[in-house]
Design a protein. Structure first.
Lengths: 193, 239
């Protein structure tokens, strides 16, 4: 392949990158009469073909996959380092306090919201009064949450978000006795069904 | 980013697939979400494979280990092959994939833009490869003692991609050409090699690659053009 001193240009002065971008198109009038371009086209076309074969073969070649120990080792660390977050007190009894981790509460909220068709819960922030209820108080803990969601483009947003609030409030109260004082929801994305 | 053909991704995803198309019964946990289709009792499972990737990354950011595990399954192969073609050493490539994902788990909560997660993975892995190659250059390899673990190391540093060969002659030639390209790639300097791999094998855009290797886009274009020229010339005997 004839090249000039600028390694990114062909001998005829044409940029190699521009040449590569048009490799699947028919040769231009210049290319048909230019020996540098014809030679480069053949070389690059050959390289493109081998590269494509390699790219596709690599994905399925069992020799080019990481061993199972890699994921196992990563997950071992991930599970050991789970971020439980702050604890929200649920109840204080004479035998001690009952608390729920932020991570467990977020998982429950995400689960509750995602039970609704067309709703994919994303991130959730929890704001709780960490003092919690007084000893043996029948007053439940109240929290405020900020939830982000992606919704199906086919759902009616106000009605769906009203259902999300109701579902999250019901599930969380049933499972933890926590009352949702405020549920802020941000619809980040709409996805196509 | 095109959801069906994102750079670095192993398997194209089915666009816009929602629960109910292909669902199975069961109670949901963080592996997805379950859905009701009209009937409040008809709850169906939504596997992570059918959820958009930003949602999965968001869940991993909130500490959902199953979402994180899904991301590992989806991207460990691509990262491993990038590291392998950079380092030509299987065990070092596996170690770097492992380190990259562990760093990712720790960095995820603070990631501001979830769409930046995949380029972030590739940037971290590429930097680790380049650092390791610089260390290797400063400290040339010692000849192996026959009695030590030299044999294992030699096995781990064999030519990449020696998969079983199919019988037809054309398949043999095809395999031989891929092996020639793979070997030739090892002679390209690490910087241009990383850029070429990210563009031609992992299918990132020039803009993404510039962000991954933290160089101007013009430098990336130049590096890739030079690598292409070198490889095209090196592959001439195989035409």
């Amino acid at each position: 392949m004839a090249m000039n001193n600028d390694h990114s240009r062909l001998g005829c002065g044409r940029e190699l990158d521009e040449f590569w971008a048009s490799i699947d198109e028919p040769p231009t009038a210049h290319e048909q009469s230019c020996a540098d371009c014809q030679s480069a086209r053949n070389s690059l076309y050959h390289l493109a073909a081998v590269t494509e074969s390699m790219r596709e073969r690599d994905k399925i070649d069992p020799e080019l996959q990481p061993g199972s120990r890699v994921k196992e080792a990563i997950m071992l660390v991930a599970r050991a380092e789970i971020r439980r977050g702050k604890k929200t007190p649920l109840k204080r009894t004479s035998l001690g306090a009952i608390e729920i981790s932020e991570q467990a509460l977020v998982a429950l909220i995400r689960f509750a919201a995602s039970t609704l068709p067309g709703v994919r819960a994303r991130r959730c922030e929890i704001h709780a009064d960490n003092r919690g209820p007084a000893l043996d108080s029948p007053t439940p803990t109240e929290v405020r949450i900020a939830l982000t969601v992606a919704l199906s483009s086919t759902v009616k947003i106000p009605e769906t978000l009203a259902l999300v609030r109701e579902r999250v409030g019901t599930v969380v109260e049933a499972q933890t006795s926590i009352i949702m004082k405020q549920i802020d929801i941000v619809v980040e994305d709409l996805y196509d069904v | 980013m095109d959801e069906t053909k994102a750079p670095g991704r192993e398997h194209p995803r089915q666009p816009g697939k929602d629960a109910g198309d292909e669902s199975f019964p069961g109670m949901g946990d963080s592996q997805g979400g379950f859905q009701q289709d009209g009937d409040p009792d008809a709850r169906v499972w939504m596997p992570l494979d059918e959820i958009d990737e930003v949602t999965i990354i968001n869940r991993a950011q909130d500490g959902d280990v199953e979402a994180f595990e899904w991301l590992i399954s989806e991207y460990q192969g691509g990262l491993y092959r990038l590291c392998l073609r950079m380092l030509n050493d299987r065990s070092e490539a596996e170690d770097l994939v492992q380190e990259t994902f562990i760093s990712a788990w720790r960095a995820l909560p603070d990631l501001k833009v979830p769409q930046a997660f995949i380029p972030w993975l590739y940037r971290t892995a590429t930097n680790k490869c380049l650092d390791l190659l610089r260390t290797r250059k400063r400290r040339p390899e010692q000849p192996h003692d026959e009695n030590d673990s030299g044999q294992e190391s030699a096995e781990s540093r064999t030519s990449i991609g020696k998969g079983p060969l199919a019988d037809p002659a054309s398949e043999y030639e095809n395999q031989a050409q891929m092996r020639a390209l793979s070997d030739l790639l090892q002679t390209v300097p690490p910087g241009p090699r990383a850029c070429w791999l990210l563009k031609e094998v992992h299918e990132f855009s020039y803009r993404d690659i510039a962000a991954i290797v933290q160089l101007p886009e013009s430098t990336v274009r130049g590096r890739i053009a030079r690598a292409k020229r070198f490889l095209a010339e090196g592959m001439e005997p195989w035409r």
